[in-house]
Ligand binder design. Structure first.
Ligand code: GLN
Length: 549
């Protein structure tokens, strides 16, 4: 059972997409944690996909994988990082999931012959899931971000479900709208009208926002606060100024400048439970960037790079954040460069640009495009002893590169690209083969947390300081067991394996051959947290600092 007087905060977006609802929700969660409340964040994605697994990251952003293996929206990553908690399947929902459940239930006579309709059956299922999530976390407050923008058709049922909760528990439910105030170039002044219209639209659903977070390039002046307050029927102090800032980790501190926690607690009829100094620790963390003593240059070499920088950083947000956390804790600030591996395919000399970097990362990826260029980059950093961290595809391709250029298996490849190669050193496992033959692409990779045992004396083991680790996975292919012995004999060591020894989870070169050349089949970036930087990234950053140009 959810706690009596359990509170719900709904976060909706006005005016346009991309206003930062995820960061706003995470920040509100952080602030409420600092007041002693147990918060459970929930992300609602209105699309019909049953999870985020089949969605293109360059269009939709990173696919964030939970411990359970559920493939979710990148906002789940923001919640995990800000709130330092591990989320579960109950904390993420899409329209597809809800509809699928309701339709399956109908097929199984679960509605006992009734006519099944969007209202109430879909909305009831939505509310049931929200309650389940709060029960799972035994939380005081659920923080529910409704994806999309007010005015979309897709999210109406979720807003309706929220409205029904508000009607039943008027004291326990509140709405926050994250809106945007544009500054048209010709006028040079912040305009409130789109926000007014968005609130009116929300009102037409029977919902009144309690707080309006006004995103914009600038802070909101009092005149505009009053204008929004007057036309949207909220108190002027309930209009929170949220100007663009350099770091998303500043947002909780900024919201508190407008005393958002006081307004939330007043609206929900609650009092501070405990002062735990969490925001003080947070403030110190945020200051680490500005106080950094060293500057590092790290290159991320990959193939998702034809669609512009904006998309890029979205597709790898967890990798970026993991790098940042580790560098801040190592008193350094890091400049990340996104290098397009395809450039090396047309101009093989260009790869020498990597000599200007303190370290190189090849992140996860899929498919053939840009891979030959990535292999050139890996060869370059291996030979020139530039610290290298390979994440998932980055480890698989490090193995391919080693087989081609050290073992001399010229056409060595992964089955993902060339299954007919005479040395398929990264191969598909039999159970995965069957899945693909059946055309069953959704949620069928090796997903979620798996344990690995680390070899004594290895860089990986030293980095983690533990012999057994568990990391999240998202891939189909594995190092082909047939070649392990020969590869290891040639000097590339598999320093971590699955507990049964069958799956290669970490690969590395010995310290005598290279200062830091490590790949992992996992996605450690999903477990990096601001206050707990990830040990493998920290080891990489330490190596970058040691070899600093
Ligand atoms: N494409 C590779 C695989 O499916 C790697 C996936 C990844 O990097 N996430 O095994």
């Amino acid at each position: 059972m959810a706690k009596k007087n359990h509170k719900y905060i709904f976060v909706v977006g006005g005016v346009m997409s991309g206003v930062g609802k995820g960061i706003a929700s995470s920040s509100i969660g952080k602030i409420l944690q600092s007041k002693g409340f147990k918060v459970n964040p929930i992300k609602v994605d209105p699309y019909l996909n049953v999870d985020a697994g089949n969605m293109n990251p360059t269009e939709h952003g990173e696919v964030f994988v939970l411990d359970s293996g559920l493939e979710t929206d990148q906002d789940m990553g923001n919640y995990e990082r800000f709130l330092e908690i591990d989320l579960s399947n109950d904390d993420y929902m899409t329209s597809g999931m809800i509809y699928k459940h309701v339709i399956d239930k109908e097929r199984n006579l679960g509605y006992r012959g009734k006519c099944v309709e969007a209202i109430p059956h879909i909305t009831e299922e939505i509310v049931r899931r929200w309650k389940k999530s709060s029960e799972h976390h035994e939380s005081d407050i659920s923080l529910i971000e409704i994806g999309g923008t007010i005015g979309d058709y897709q999210n109406i049922l979720f807003i309706e479900a929220a409205r029904t909760l508000k009607i039943k528990h008027p004291q326990d439910v509140m709405f926050i709208m994250v809106s945007y105030l544009p500054v048209p170039g010709s006028l040079g002044e912040m305009k409130t009208k789109p926000t007014q219209n968005a609130v009116r639209q929300l009102n037409s659903y029977g919902v009144q926002p309690d707080i309006i977070i006004a995103r914009g390039t600038h802070s909101l002046d009092f005149k505009r606060k009053e204008k929004i307050a007057f036309s949207c029927a909220v108190a002027p102090e309930n209009v929170i100024s949220a100007p663009d800032i350099k770091s998303v980790y500043d947002v909780p501190l900024n919201f508190e400048k407008d005393r958002i926690s006081t307004i939330i607690m007043k609206t929900l009829h609650i009092r501070t439970k405990a002062h735990n100094g969490e925001l003080e620790e947070w403030r110190k963390f945020v200051q680490r960037k500005t106080k950094a003593k060293h500057k590092l240059k790290v290159a991320v070499v990959g193939k998702y790079f034809d669609t512009g920088d904006f998309v890029l950083s979205d597709a790898y947000v967890s990798v970026i954040e993991a790098i940042k956390f580790s560098s801040y804790w190592k008193d350094s600030d890091v400049e990340l460069s996104w290098l397009n591996s395809k450039d090396y395919e047309t101009d093989s000399k260009k790869v020498s640009e990597l000599k200007d970097y303190d370290g190189v990362i090849v992140p996860g990826g899929f498919g053939e495009s840009g891979v030959e260029g990535v292999l050139q980059a890996i060869e370059y950093v291996r030979k020139n002893k530039i610290p290298y961290l390979g994440l998932c595809y980055g480890m698989q391709l490090a193995v391919v590169e080693y087989c081609r250029n050290v073992l001399g298996w010229k056409d060595a490849s992964t089955a993902e690209i060339n299954p007919k190669s005479s040395h398929v050193v990264i191969d598909i496992m039999p159970e995965q083969k069957k899945i693909l033959e059946d055309g069953n692409y959704g949620a069928t990779m090796r997903l979620g947390v798996y344990k690995a045992l680390l070899r004594y004396g290895s860089i990986a083991r030293e980095a983690y300081g533990e012999s057994e680790v568990s990391e999240r996975h998202r891939h189909r292919y594995e190092v082909n067991p047939e070649y392990i012995e020969e590869i290891e004999k040639a000097g590339l060591m598999f320093s971590g394996t699955s507990p049964d020894g069958k799956l290669m989870e970490f690969a590395e070169l010995p310290r005598s051959a290279h200062p830091f050349f490590v790949g992992t089949q996992a996605h450690p970036e999903f477990k990096a947290r601001p206050m707990h930087p990830h040990p493998l990234f920290t080891a990489f950053i330490t190596a970058c600092l040691k070899g600093k140009k």
